[in-house]
Write a protein that binds this ligand. Structure first.
Ligand code: GBH
Length: 461
């Protein structure tokens, strides 16, 4: 295929790590098989009005039954790494108690299949599918969940660490905490700000407890990390109010995770903002030491960036509850099918900012990609020039950040294939491979062919 690429991409090193990513609930299906227990997503999908079209992950891409075929597909794309998540409710159906050997065996087979095809497995231990029983006991706002996560993590680690080199504890704790417990736009669908802030701390504590135990049991060259979703938050104007709004948004979405992880304390301005809302982070003695153990890699998921204003359209600086206004202001750029603005410069800015504020931490882009309205032709082929252009400009943005000093070591496209896009159901397609949900036929889109060629070219092979 015609390989027009942004020139910056050619500056990436041959050793750069290339991958595709998925998550368990979004692709596996088979929710009642081999002793899997229910997760908060099984429950949430059944609450009327929560998921577009009443969709759910019962079948999804049927990956649980088509895994060998999917691994062959992954290998055909020429990537060196596959990032997938392990479903906690498969491995430990109630979130506590004994391991479910049949559930764990699926990931054992997956890892062997990948290695057999020369693809490196990258495990994410938690991508949002909390066992329902733990939610019934209070979920992430409750401290005990952090200890349960560490126990579960060790079950997976014991089974796979002889073959899996890279481990991510959590995917996007911001989404788990804020979308799950405050905005209610994701499972479990609660709307309680205090609960969400408690969830932030217990997610981080769970990360640290799991990391400590895995590290102790690990032999080199095992690497550990966490993945955060981030954008570059900037003020809409240079006014004090807008700069403050950007600071608050950045604090609550990015620094409230990065500071405890990489500096060993919560950011003072965020703690002060929370105190004004009468919310305290439930830190106990010793927690921050656990949370701030060194990581080997920071996973960065990037989709978009945002501009912030502290002044509402009507001129107000506080909302009905007296909280300061944070209004997201559009750049006026083209958007994806998610209505997210396409801001590759923000990606470069974010990575450079991270490398300056938190030096010495290697980064890997664990997700980046876009949903567009795909129109397959008669043969099922999708000529997704829009998605290809998105990947091109964003991979180039990574290369530019590297040139500016950011230590980025790899890039994973989100996603391997179209899948269950959470509250958007199957309506939004992020895959570089098209999935026909009636036949489960997978067809690489133009973006997949383009991606394969980019990898070949950068590798020089
Ligand atoms: C990821 O979440 C998930 O890890 C993955 O499972 C999911 O399928 C994928 O992304 C696609 O959604 O309002 O323009 O500022 C990403 C979640 C996306 C949340 C961007 C914040 C802000 C966009 N984030 N979003 S914007």
């Amino acid at each position: 295929i015609d390989l027009a690429i942004e020139p910056a991409i050619d500056t990436l090193p041959a050793s750069f790590r290339w991958g595709v990513a998925t998550s368990a609930y979004q692709i596996e299906g088979a929710v009642d098989e081999d002793g899997r227990g229910p997760s908060i997503w099984d429950t949430y999908c059944r609450v009327p009005g929560m998921v577009h079209n009443g969709d759910n992950g019962d079948v999804a891409c049927d990956h649980y039954h088509r895994m060998p075929e999917d691994v062959a597909l992954i290998s055909s794309l020429g990537v060196d790494t596959y990032r997938f998540s392990v479903a906690w409710p498969r491995v430990q159906p109630d979130g506590r108690g004994p391991v479910n050997p049949k559930g764990l065996a699926f990931y054992d087979r997956l890892v062997d299949e990948l290695l057999g095809k020369g693809v490196d497995p990258w495990v994410t231990l938690y991508h949002w599918d909390l066992p329902q029983e733990l939610e019934d006991a209070g979920g992430w706002p409750v401290r005990d969940t952090a200890y349960r996560f560490a126990d579960y993590s060790m079950m997976v680690f014991d089974a796979l660490s002889d073959r899996v080199r890279t481990w991510t504890t959590l995917n996007e704790p911001w989404c788990s905490a804020m979308l799950g417990y405050y905005e209610g736009r994701q499972a479990p669908g609660r709307q309680d700000f205090t609960a969400a802030i408690h969830a932030v701390h217990h997610l981080l504590l769970g990360h640290g407890l799991a990391l400590g135990r895995m590290r102790e049991a690990a032999t080199p060259p095992t690497e550990f990390g966490i993945t955060l979703n981030m954008g570059h938050a900037s003020p809409a104007t240079d006014s004090e109010a807008d700069r403050e709004a950007a600071r608050r948004a950045d604090g609550l979405s990015r620094r409230i995770y990065l500071d405890p992880l990489l500096r060993g304390h919560y950011p003072e301005d965020v703690v002060a903002d929370l105190a004004k809302r009468l919310v305290e982070i439930p830190v106990r003695d010793g927690d921050l030491e656990i949370i701030s153990q060194p990581i080997d890699v920071l996973g960065v998921n990037y989709y978009s960036s945002s501009k912030h204003s502290g002044v509402a359209e009507d001129g107000a600086v506080a909302d009905e509850d007296g909280h300061p206004v944070d209004r997201v202001v559009r750049f006026g750029k083209p958007v994806t099918a998610m209505d997210w603005e396409i801001v590759p410069e923000g990606f470069t800015d974010l990575l450079v900012q991270l490398s300056r504020e938190y030096p010495g931490v290697p980064m890997v882009i664990t997700e980046n990609g876009a949903a567009f309205e795909d129109r397959p032709d008669e043969s099922g082929f999708v000529r997704d020039d829009d998605r290809t252009a998105y990947l091109d400009s964003h991979i180039a943005a990574v290369a530019k950040a590297r040139q500016a000093g950011a230590d980025v070591r790899g890039y994973f496209a989100w996603s391997l294939m179209d899948n269950f896009e959470w509250s958007y159901g199957y309506d939004k397609r992020f895959g570089i491979v098209h999935v026909d949900y009636e036949t489960q036929v997978r067809t690489p889109k133009r973006s997949a062919l383009w991606y394969r060629d980019v990898i070949r070219r950068v590798r020089g092979s």
